[in-house]
Ligand binder design. Sequence first.
Ligand SMILES: [Zn+2]
Length: 94
Amino acid sequence: MLSGNSYYSGLIVENQQRQILKNHYIKIMDGPSEINSVYWDESTKSWKYKMISVEEYHGFVECQHCRKPMSHNVKSDGEFKVVYVKCGCTRDGF
Ligand SMILES: [Zn+2]
């Protein structure tokens, strides 16, 4: 019998994000090769976008309100990163 936790038992859970990912991991069939990430630019007081190339895709965290992806966990440029995107209900300045 395959326990859902056994795969993760050898991993040190570094943060809660990974716990959340565990729940969503099974939904992921194939990740995008690029993600249009969004970030708040203080100097211009506006949202800016940046394309992130994805080396490895490790799932996403969905928004609790609209159930759309809010952030993606990816490996990019050899580093694990959390890439934020605009979910369905994100408004300017939150
Ligand atoms: Zn949302």
